[in-house]
Write a protein that binds this ligand. Structure first.
Ligand code: FPP
Length: 248
């Protein structure tokens, strides 16, 4: 059986505006090759580069990837250090190309508590791309959705205490503006690789109506073809947002 040509099948006027990705399976991919987990993370960086490129070329407006969670601090220290180093390397190597392609980089999460060289690299990259009008590329680092929600509640609580906000004025819009994703539309499509069918504390508030799509490929194997397939399958879904399908 021949594989469909998803690039031709995809409708350019029905693209997901915002794609979120849980990049899972780096460790398992490496283990299957009798290599250290860090080898998988490095290979995962190549998949990330390709994915950013493809999304920008397709005309996706927002891409959000989960690079390091608040739970990932439980990993061995050498793996954490490697991931932090890889983040700096990724930014150093990619920032010029991201900038040339008008990509606006943002970070979701409490990145200020990362090692100082990571914070410096992130700050420089954020400054450099701040005025870019192309795809918004969000990297979630030291991000956890429950942590994000608690921080938002604390922030709104402080505003109430200072007399700047009335509790009854808190609506969905007000609450969403207190999250890291302030100003971003909710994801239309959430992709998770490595065959895991869960959302693992990622964008819990924001994915209320998001279409979920799971790939059995490990993140280092994730490629343009699989991304196009996810987008095409997304376009076949009937999104009702709690309403009814329009009758023909
Ligand atoms: C999940 O695989 C992946 C991560 C925790 C890190 C994601 C990192 C990258 C894609 C590398 C480069 C990107 C940046 C921006 C640093 P896992 O380790 O949980 O895999 P496993 O479930 O097979 O153990």
């Amino acid at each position: 059986m021949t594989t469909p040509n998803y690039r031709q099948l995809i409708k350019k006027d029905k693209l997901p505006r915002h794609i979120a990705i849980i990049m899972d399976g780096n460790g398992r991919w490496a283990k299957r090759r009798f290599m250290p987990r860090t080898f998988g993370h490095r290979a995962g960086m190549s998949s990330l580069k390709q994915t950013v490129k493809t999304c920008a070329e397709l005309g996706i407006s927002y891409l959000t990837v989960f690079a390091f969670s608040t739970e990932n601090w439980k990993r061995p220290q050498d793996e954490i250090s490697y991931l932090m180093g890889l983040l700096v390397e990724y930014i150093d190597k990619e920032i010029d190309e991201l900038h040339q392609n008008h990509i606006h980089l943002q970070v979701l999460g409490d990145y200020r508590s990362l090692p100082v060289d990571s914070v410096q690299a992130i700050d420089l990259a954020l400054q450099k791309t701040a005025a870019n009008q192309g795809m918004v590329f969000n990297i979630a680092i030291n991000y956890g959705a429950r942590d994000e929600i608690i921080k938002a509640v604390q922030h709104l609580g402080a505003l109430i205490k200072q007399g700047q906000l009335e509790p009854e004025d808190i609506d969905e819009y007000c609450f969403s503006q207190a999250l890291y994703t302030k100003g971003l539309p909710d994801p239309d499509l959430l992709i998770r690789t490595a065959g895991e069918i869960r959302v693992s504390n990622f964008l819990l508030w924001q994915i209320a109506y998001t279409e979920l799509w799971f790939s059995s490929l490990m993140w280092p194997e994730f490629n343009q073809e699989e991304l196009l397939k996810a987008i095409w399958e997304f376009q076949q879904r009937d999104r009702r947002f709690g309403g009814l399908t329009q009758q023909k």
